[in-house]
Design a protein around this ligand. Structure first.
Ligand code: ATP
Ligand code: MG
Length: 287
């Protein structure tokens, strides 16, 4: 059976699309409640928490749609692509989240980067994930450097950060689906562990390579290269087989990873609600 007519892939795609409608209506309802009248501090707190949870769900649904796009073996939409414009667009999108943590983003883009044959929307996703990671796994007041340069037959992009770094044991695993480092989980940094797996698949589909160098406690550099022109299909046969294997391996992990993380978040919120609304009976002997 080809990936394109795999019922699991169809199922994932349908579920991800179907989740969008209720997420949008819940968002609409919360926003309406906020507009109906001024909320007190606690009501506002819980409305913000609900909106935050919805944002995480939207992110996860977007990731699932990307996974189903990859597993269905969909083709890139190739065009003459201005890579410098893609990088600038993503930096603008992420500027606020960097500024909120006083993180400075530096760009050094080759003047002669020129046009490459690529799928611009997919490259936005790669840059978005690499720069978001550079911000998320950084310290407050840290830095992110983005460099892009043209070589004879390819362009190379580097995203370096001054963040927590990745341990040598974890480095080979960060491109696996759902892998998250222990440090990131312990610090409660939000993430689904899918961004790098999707980024790697997109780079491979373009016939490029992606790799990293990292020193724990000092920072990480993710680099990728893209050929100036890609051959029909982009992805090589070996890489196609690898992605198919990863897809099958990760389906069971996916159910486990999502359910445990979402349950944790719901449990935390319910516990918090209980603690905030707990009224001590007068003269209670409870400690
Ligand atoms: N720049 C970085 N510095 C330190 N650790 C990183 C960095 N980038 C990725 N990692 C580690 O690799 C893991 C996988 O990264 P990936 O981008 O795939 O997932 P995520 O950021 O957790 O979630 P998502 O991108 O799907 O929202 C992260 O959870 C983190 O542990
Ligand atoms: Mg990420």
């Amino acid at each position: 059976m080809t990936e394109a007519n795999d019922p699991q892939v169809d199922w994932l795609n349908t579920v991800a699309h179907d989740l969008k409608t209720p997420i949008n209506s819940v968002r609409g309802c919360i926003e309406l409640v906020q507009q109906l009248g001024s909320l007190n501090e606690r009501q506002q707190h819980f409305a913000d928490k609900a909106l935050n949870g919805l944002q995480r769900m939207e992110h996860l649904v977007a990731r699932l749609l990307d996974i189903s796009w990859l597993d269905a073996g969909m083709a890139l939409e190739l065009a003459e692509c201005d890579l410098a414009a893609v990088i600038r667009e993503v930096v603008e999108m992420l500027r606020d989240s960097a500024e909120q943590r006083s993180i400075r983003i530096h760009m050094q883009l080759d003047d002669h980067l020129g046009l490459i044959q690529a799928d611009p929307q997919r490259l936005v996703q790669v840059m978005d994930n690499l720069i978001s990671n550079g911000i998320k796994y950084n310290r407050d007041g840290g830095q992110v450097w983005i460099q892009a340069q043209r070589e004879t037959d390819r362009v190379v992009v580097r995203v370096r950060d001054s963040g927590m770094g990745i341990s040598p044991e974890d480095q080979p695993r960060v491109f696996e689906r759902f892998f998250r480092s222990r440090e990131g989980v312990a610090l409660k940094i939000e993430g689904s562990g899918l961004g790098l797996a999707i980024s790697r698949a997109i780079v491979h589909k373009h016939g490029g390579h992606i790799w990293l160098e990292s020193t724990p406690g000092q920072g990480t550099t993710f680099s990728f290269s893209l050929p100036l022109e890609i051959s029909e299909g982009g992805e090589t046969m070996v890489e196609a087989q690898q992605s198919a294997g990863e897809a099958a391996d990760s389906r069971e992990d996916y159910a486990l990873a999502v359910s445990s993380e979402e349950h944790d978040a719901v449990d935390d919120a319910i516990q918090e609600q209980r603690e905030m609304s707990r009224v001590e009976p007068a003269g209670s002997d409870e400690p």
